[in-house]
Design a protein around this ligand. Structure first.
Ligand SMILES: N[C@@H](CCC(=O)N[C@@H](CS)C(=O)NCC(=O)O)C(=O)O
Length: 206
């Protein structure tokens, strides 16, 4: 009864690996070399037709994709690990709100920055897509920085998978950015006794 995570170092697979590690759930990680284009192979397309990592094989053999869905599912499937508030509570509503906000607005703008050609059909449009992506990315992170005023975590005093997700999307921002609360959160996760080593493997000493 084990999970199989298809991932690439430094990808959205980080938060899923962190969740499985925190919950001490048996799992293995299959490295997909997305820089070398392995996500486009027939073998991986059979796992995720959208050709992206992370993908997660559940213990019953079924496959999940979409990092936000996986985070929400794992928190529900592994309740003893307390990865998120109890479903149905106001805290859980806030958890869902910010996970979805981060995946739709921040993760997505990161893709516009790193893969601008997918968002325009003219060569000359790529710089514009990338610039607008950076702007969106920055605004998304600033929204989270403002939210952490009542932190130190997204849910106030309660640490959850949403914070790990946030540190991950923050570290993807490709330029210097002055967001001290996000910086402190990232440091906290990088030094965490359980998930710190997972962080180091994905992002080094960043
Ligand atoms: N919406 C997806 C986005 C997944 C995604 O963008 N994955 C990136 C790595 S972080 C990827 O596979 N990049 C290679 C590619 O898109 O070709 C999720 O949240 O899981």
């Amino acid at each position: 009864m084990s999970y199989t995570l298809y991932s690439h170092k430094g990808s959205g697979g980080f938060v899923i690996e962190a969740a499985l590690t925190l919950a001490q759930a048996p799992h293995s990680v299959v490295e997909i070399d997305t820089r070398g284009g392995e996500q486009f192979s027939d073998e991986f397309r059979a796992i995720n037709p959208w050709k992206q990592v992370p993908a997660l094989k559940l213990p019953d053999g079924s496959i999940m994709t979409e990092s936000a869905a996986m985070v929400i599912h794992l928190a529900a499937a592994l309740p003893d690990a307390k990865l998120a508030p109890v479903p149905g509570t106001a805290q859980h509503a806030a958890f869902l709100r910010w996970i979805i906000f981060m995946t739709i607005n921040i993760y997505e703008s990161d893709l516009r920055v790193y893969y601008p050609a997918r968002y325009t059909d003219e060569m000359n449009g790529r710089e514009g897509v990338k610039r607008a992506g950076m702007d969106h990315f920055r605004r998304g992170l600033q929204t989270m920085e403002d939210l952490l005023e009542s932190g130190p975590y997204i849910l106030g005093e309660t640490f959850s998978l949403a914070d790990i997700y946030l540190a991950m999307v923050y570290v993807w921002y490709p330029e210097e950015i002055d967001l001290p609360r996000l910086h402190a959160l990232k440091k906290h996760i990088a030094r965490h006794p359980v998930i710190g080593p997972v962080w180091q493997r994905h992002f080094g000493s960043q």
